[in-house]
Design a protein around this ligand. Structure first.
Ligand code: SF4
Length: 686
């Protein structure tokens, strides 16, 4: 291809979990435009602002193009050979001195399935540890656990088209129109044009709340209570789906007994929602032939995140809303490949396809394939890794494509942990906040410079094709992982990601019929995929993946969220903005996006503004027990009372994780990002 020729390459969006795919037009290294195609399975001809315009970061002057090796307080550029030899010798040294479990691996939800597979293979088969995790720990692991408990698969129950066709959509703790924009347009259009009903539960009156038929604002962290009360009311009224419960669900009696305390009056008292509104929710579910529930981090990032996710699934089981078109549970995955990172085994207790690391038969299968004994006990999750570094038990870490120093909670505590590591390798596109703590920084290639597959929130595999050559000496993550493994004697010889996928699908039954041929162009497959290539757009049509084929109602109890007090009298909520993605490492590199939303801010309510004398632009300091941020105010009725809201995209002195604590969901160790208390002082009027 000549430099001045225009090339069109099919790719998959690198931002959110909706998984929009489109053609990207390039000329040389210039990215000319993004052109959605009608055959794109998740989005058709739609994209949002990030997918359409958010690609400047690929050619940013800030891209890393050479490996960097620490020298004192700075880095020097190095050749790959030197960097790989240093990594290999340090990993070997730590393993010999402290054992395999003194090393840890963090995979990326922005990288491909093949890269997550190789990362866990490196940790398990070359080093000998299960200390491997990915950033789903920070967002959706509680939802995955809630679904495993009740229906046996940790993914969305159907497809985006099921959400579109459902008679009733319940959105809980999800700012869908900004976090999953193209998916939200499907709901908006069904609601506006086809009579779909919409219920929203959130602290903040965002766009979906504005559009809803019923909007409730339960006190922070109390969703489990109203969900359980509504479920109990439905059972008490005789509105449960008796046939579904009889033939397809276990555990009804124990579950009903567990609901005793969740009366409407108790729920109203704790959540602050009128009983009449809670009864109306029950009536709307009863009136709808089909219901779907969508949720995100407003549910999961709480002390009882897994239990609330379970309560959502319990409600859907009681009302028979699984296994039919237009029904089911939809935890909306955040990153483009957060689903795939877990699917392909970057978890401390699960091999690819969610097989248990403690299962001897599973280990035996992998040991035969990989030719080496594997660790038998589950490893550390990323929350535990931080604590083990502080305790001096974890000595080395290899982290790719994750700015953990910004996105993990209580970032001051995390930074102190990084400082204690004996050896730290970070692999990324940029010298991120996290990379500043590294001993070796490796330059990786973004999605447009490599091939592979991503899995979106619908469990849908899609191929991405290479549009550009890697910039400078940067390399695709799978190649870097392979080179580290080979430096340590692995002898891996993958020449293309399709060979990695072919190996993975031979081992993980859940993906048996996935192949690059079947994923050619805009084709896609939704797991589980049978060996003959038959995939599963809708789960649970005939049975649930438990030994007797029945789902399980799972009793849960409410966990009181963090309490606020006279000193720290504000509750900080946080989440995404449409224009930026997470910490903003990629989107802030885009001139257009940056000019529209150059920095973050704190939303304050009109009541709080009146009380404290705040106007748009007032500079305030917010201080929690863990840190402080300086930030400008935006007065808006999206928030009320002493609830304030900070978009989470800031890499500097307004990063919300300067305020968050190390407290975590009791079942999954997901940080309770949504339970933050703080006090405010005015630094400068506008
Ligand atoms: Fe990308 Fe998500 Fe926007 Fe689609 S909705 S273009 S996947 S960020």
């Amino acid at each position: 291809m000549r430099e001045n020729e225009i090339k069109k390459t099919k790719t998959v969006c690198t931002y959110c979990g909706v998984g929009c795919s489109f053609d990207v037009w390039t000329k040389g290294r210039d990215i000319l435009k993004v052109e959605p195609q009608v055959e794109a399975p998740a989005n058709g001809i739609s994209t949002c602002v990030k997918g359409k315009f958010g690609w400047d970061y690929v050619n940013s002057e800030e891209r890393l193009t050479k490996p960097l090796i620490r020298e004192g307080d700075t880095f020097r550029e190095a050749e790959w050979d030197e960097a790989l030899k240093l990594i290999s010798s340090k990993f070997t040294e730590v393993k010999e001195d402290h054992g395999a479990n003194a090393l840890s691996f963090i995979s990326s939800s922005k990288c491909t399935n093949e890269e997550s597979y190789l990362m866990q293979k490196l940790g398990r088969s070359i080093i000998g540890t299960n200390n491997i995790d990915n950033c789903s720990r920070y967002c959706q692991t509680p939802a995955t656990v809630g679904l495993f408990r009740t229906v046996g698969h940790g993914g969305d129950a159907g497809s985006i088209k099921d959400i579109e066709m459902s008679e009733l959509v319940i959105v809980i703790g999800s700012n869908t129109s900004e976090s999953h924009p193209v998916l939200s347009t499907r709901v908006k259009s069904s609601h506006k044009l086809h009579g779909q009903k919409l219920i929203v539960s959130d602290l903040r009156k965002h766009e979906m709340a504005e559009r809803s038929d019923l909007f409730i604002r339960p006190s922070s962290g109390t969703d489990l209570i109203w969900l359980s009360a509504v479920t109990k009311y439905i059972i008490d009224q005789g509105w449960a789906d008796e046939a579904f419960l009889k033939y397809r669900v276990n555990g009804l009696d124990d579950y009903i007994a567990s609901l005793d305390q969740y009366t409407m009056s108790y729920a109203s008292e704790v959540t602050g929602i009128d009983e009449a509104e809670l009864i109306r929710i029950a009536e709307m579910i009863h009136e709808a032939k089909t219901t779907v529930a969508l949720w995100a981090m407003g549910v999961t990032q709480h002390s009882g995140g897994a239990d609330t996710s379970t309560a959502i699934s319990n409600l859907l089981l009681v009302t028979g809303n699984y296994g039919k078109p237009g029904t089911g549970a939809y935890p909306l995955r955040g990153h483009n490949n957060v689903q795939g990172a877990s699917d392909f085994g970057s978890m401390p207790d699960k091999m690819p396809g969610y097989e248990n690391v403690m299962d001897e038969k599973v280990r035996d299968k992998y040991e035969k394939a990989w030719g080496t004994p594997l660790p038998q006990e589950p490893g550390l999750n990323n929350h535990e890794m931080v604590e083990h570094i502080h305790e001096g038990k974890l000595k080395a870490m290899y982290l790719k494509g994750e700015d953990m120093g910004i996105v993990d909670s209580n970032m001051n505590h995390v930074h102190k942990a990084f400082e204690k590591l004996d050896f730290f390798v970070v692999q990324d596109l940029f010298l991120t906040k996290t990379a500043e703590f590294a001993d070796v920084v490796l330059p990786a290639s973004p999605s447009l410079e490599k091939e592979g597959t991503f899995t979106n929130t619908e469990r849908r595999f899609q191929r991405l094709y290479q549009a550009l050559e890697p910039l400078g000496d940067s390399k695709p993550d799978w190649q870097i992982i392979m080179e580290i493994a080979n430096e340590m004697g692995a002898g891996w010889d993958y020449s293309h990601p399709s060979e990695i996928m072919a190996e993975a699908v031979q081992l993980a039954d859940m993906f048996a019929g996935v192949s690059y041929d079947r994923l050619e162009g805009y084709n896609s497959q939704q797991w589980p995929v049978a060996a003959d290539g038959t995939d599963s757009p809708l789960l649970f049509e005939d049975e649930f993946p438990f030994p007797d084929g029945k789902a399980r109602l799972f009793p849960v109890e409410w966990t009181q969220p963090l309490q606020y007090d006279d000193e720290y009298d504000l509750h900080i909520n946080n989440g995404r903005l449409l224009e930026h993605f997470h910490e903003g490492n990629m989107t802030y590199k885009n001139k257009g996006i940056k000019s529209k939303t150059p920095s973050t801010f704190v939303e304050v309510s009109p009541e709080l503004a009146d009380e404290r004398g705040l106007t748009d632009g007032t500079l305030v300091r917010l201080t929690s027990p863990y840190g402080a941020v300086k930030i400008k105010c935006l007065v808006t009725d999206r928030v009320q009372g002493k609830e304030v809201y900070i978009p989470l995209n800031d890499t500097d002195d307004a990063a919300v994780n300067l305020l968050t604590s190390s407290r975590a969901d009791k079942d999954t160790d997901t940080p309770v990002y949504k339970e933050v208390k703080a006090k405010m002082e005015i630094l400068k009027d506008r």
